[in-house]
Design a binder for this molecule. Sequence first.
Ligand code: BTN
Length: 259
Amino acid sequence: MENYRLNEKDTAKLLKNCRLGSPLYIFDTVTSTFDKIKEYPRLEGLTVAAKIQTAGRGRLGRSWSSEEGGVYFSFNLTPDVSPEEAAFATITCALGTVKALREYGSCSIKWPNDIVMNGKKICGILTTMTTNGSKLDYICVGTGINVNKDSFDESLPHASSIKLETGREQNENKVLASVLKSIEKVYTSYTKERILEEYSENCITIGSDVTVHYTDGRGDFTGKSLGITESGALVVQNGNNTVTVGSGEVSVRGLYGYV
Ligand code: BTN
């Protein structure tokens, strides 16, 4: 019988000839795959995955709910780019991920890197960067995919899982392998122009009315999102005012109950 639970043997078999996921280490429980991966060399492609995280981290200092049924993983990238250009890795990984998860149902990206299926968040990506002086040392990409979770805490009303949205249990090894393969394809073979173009086509935020929530006391800025810059920042316009948001919280009208 097919084993749907995350395990090294099945995922590694599916990842033959893939640089991401090579090597691959899968654990039952870790604090965070970001912590665990630090115990290994900073090799490009090295991936650490877990079935449970006891201290999963999300964007903007939030925690990431990481019970059984999700697939949680971090992998290293060592592109030959400046720290400024490294922000683009987030865009690259979000595009690779949405292309893979589309196999399971129609989904899109909420800027910068939530993956949304039927208006619910099924996946989040957090990228960290380590520099050495003015040079980029490496990027660590952490992804949490709600694959087979049956329920979510009531504090997460906009979260869902692929299982809940498709009505079917999914093979966690196949999900992990297809996401890694897809990111690798985008990362190694797409031009920057193609990434920007396809990201924009797949991003629900772009073209929508949005509100930027500043956390530094500037309040909110509401406008229409026009697109992303070369470095992946979101451009929002309201009349003669245009702002560029590098990171932060942006609500999209019509999504997650935002009106
Ligand atoms: C977000 O807030 O949307 C990003 C969530 C990223 C969660 C993943 S799970 C694997 C990796 N380890 C962590 O502690 N966080 C990331």
